[in-house]
Design a protein around this ligand. Structure first.
Ligand SMILES: Cc1cc2nc3c(=O)[nH]c(=O)nc-3n(C[C@H](O)[C@H](O)[C@H](O)COP(=O)(O)O)c2cc1C
Length: 144
């Protein structure tokens, strides 16, 4: 069974809701998923998964600095050729997922386009979109 790591930073829980829905979608397609806040993850362990979805809400027009550092450590552990996705809740500009996708692509990952952004708290329809992304990630992982 392919393995998917879902790593996120969420201050009020909106990006966390997205992460849980992405994880659920992938599980429904029979992928082994671990989903957790970035500070619970060891960057090397995240890098060892077959696919990695990384989420952060947008603060001051980018991702939060601690998750940027986490991504750099994960990249140092080796992520080339793996499947990726970027997501996050935002308020008005929503740059964080775009910046995450850029980092992952520059490290040689195959990142699903476009990134998934939800404004503020996800509603039911938004969560279905997140579930869909989880399923898309699972299908892509199974083809690798
Ligand atoms: C201090 C502060 C700065 C923020 N800066 C931005 C920003 O630059 N662009 C944006 O789109 N949203 C910004 N937001 C809005 C958050 O991204 C938004 O509230 C999001 O839903 C938080 O998701 P989370 O609960 O997963 O952290 C900011 C919020 C706060 C409190």
């Amino acid at each position: 069974m392919p393995k998917l790591a879902v790593v996120y930073l969420s201050t009020q829980g909106s990006t966390k809701m997205m992460a849980e829905a992405i994880a659920e979608g992938a599980r429904e397609r029979h992928v082994e998923v671990s989903v957790d806040n970035f500070f619970e993850w060891d960057p090397e362990e995240a890098a060892s998964a077959d696919g990695i979805a990384v989420g952060s809400s947008t603060f001051n027009y980018t991702m939060h600095p601690p998750i940027a550092k986490f991504i750099d450590k994960m990249i140092d552990a080796g992520v080339e050729g793996k499947v990726g996705a970027a997501f996050g809740s935002y308020g008005w500009s929503g740059e964080a997922p775009v910046h995450i996708a850029k980092k992952l692509r520059e490290a040689g990952m195959d990142v699903i386009d476009p990134v998934l952004r939800i404004q503020y708290i996800p509603n039911e329809k938004d969560l279905l979109e997140c579930n869909r992304l989880g399923k898309d990630l699972a299908e892509k992982l199974k083809k690798k």
